[in-house]
Design a protein around this ligand. Structure first.
Ligand code: SF4
Length: 284
């Protein structure tokens, strides 16, 4: 039985500011779930803290609003406990690239079969607009009145360096592309990262809808772009300073689950880890 996108929304009204980019990501998730007819009971969305963290509270499926920067450990645990679930983790750029940055790197490296959506507005919105690790250098906030003196992390290049098997980037104002990217991310066999430029209309007056429209390069307009090429993906990220949308990179490498299964097929090696008194004394 197919379900309409409206059935994936619950009775809770979003408290996001009017115009916030996160509305579009919420809608894209609902449309994707409806298109794929994901059973409500097989769909789990796990979020961290921040305006983005509210996402799981607005969906009619299993959800877990966890602690700051920890959506990925929870989501990976859920997927490992029940491989039949479609598991999505979601969080802001602060959640994923500051307090949770270590989890992001290791989740990418581990390649568990799940999707991570970053709601990237280059600012901490919930705490009233201070710089995040992805804020542009020179970005002025109440905590950095002369402008940020830190160079921002580059999420795409960071993900590629950690061994991403699927990297896509979307924009809240490109809703159709966003649905396509999330659909392909869910279908990917391994860890898929979708970094979505999602403007904070209240606290980031630099990286606005207009700014992104003027600066983003849409790879869907480039007929010859080949996302299977690692070097090409890195070149694209460097040339555009990370400001591109579409599937940046996709590689087929065995997921964590596949590697575990193949490891089960290997004979256990009986290692003798004892050490004699003489050997011990030589080491001291
Ligand atoms: Fe969205 Fe920014 Fe408002 Fe938070 S503060 S709901 S990120 S517009």
């Amino acid at each position: 039985m197919t379900s309409s996108m409206k059935e994936y929304s619950n009775q809770v009204s979003p408290t996001w500011c009017p115009g916030c980019g996160h509305f579009s990501i919420l809608r894209a998730l609902q449309v994707t779930a409806s298109n794929l007819s994901i059973p409500f009971e097989n769909f789990a969305v796990i979020t961290g803290i921040g305006c983005s963290g509210r996402l799981s509270g607005y969906l009619n499926c299993y959800g877990f609003h966890g602690i700051h920067g920890r959506s990925l450990p929870i989501a990976q645990g859920i997927k490992m406990a029940n491989k039949n679930l479609v598991v999505i983790a979601a969080g802001g750029d602060g959640d994923g690239f500051a307090i949770g940055a270590n989890h992001t790197l290791h989740a990418i490296r581990r390649n568990i079969n799940m999707t991570y959506i970053v709601l990237n507005n280059q600012v901490y919105g919930l705490t009233k607009g201070h710089t995040s690790p992805l804020s542009d250098e020179g970005f002025q906030t109440k905590s950095t009145p002369r402008g940020s003196i830190h160079a921002p992390l580059k999420p795409g290049i960071t993900a590629m360096s950690a061994g991403a098997s699927f990297l896509a980037q979307g924009f809240s104002a490109f809703p159709d592309q966003l649905v396509e990217l999330i659909t392909k991310a869910i279908a990917h066999d391994g860890f898929s990262l979708v970094n979505v430029f999602s403007p904070c209309v209240t606290f980031n007056k630099n990286n606005t809808y207009q700014w992104y429209r003027e600066n983003l390069v849409n790879l869907d307009d480039h007929d010859h772009y080949d996302p299977s090429q690692y070097q090409g993906a890195m070149d694209q990220l460097i040339e555009t300073d990370g400001l591109c949308t579409g599937i940046i990179y996709q590689q087929n490498r065995p997921s964590y689950q596949e590697r575990l299964q193949s490891e089960d097929a290997l004979p256990l090696v009986d290692l003798d880890l004892t050490i004699s008194k003489d050997e011990f004394e030589k080491l001291m």
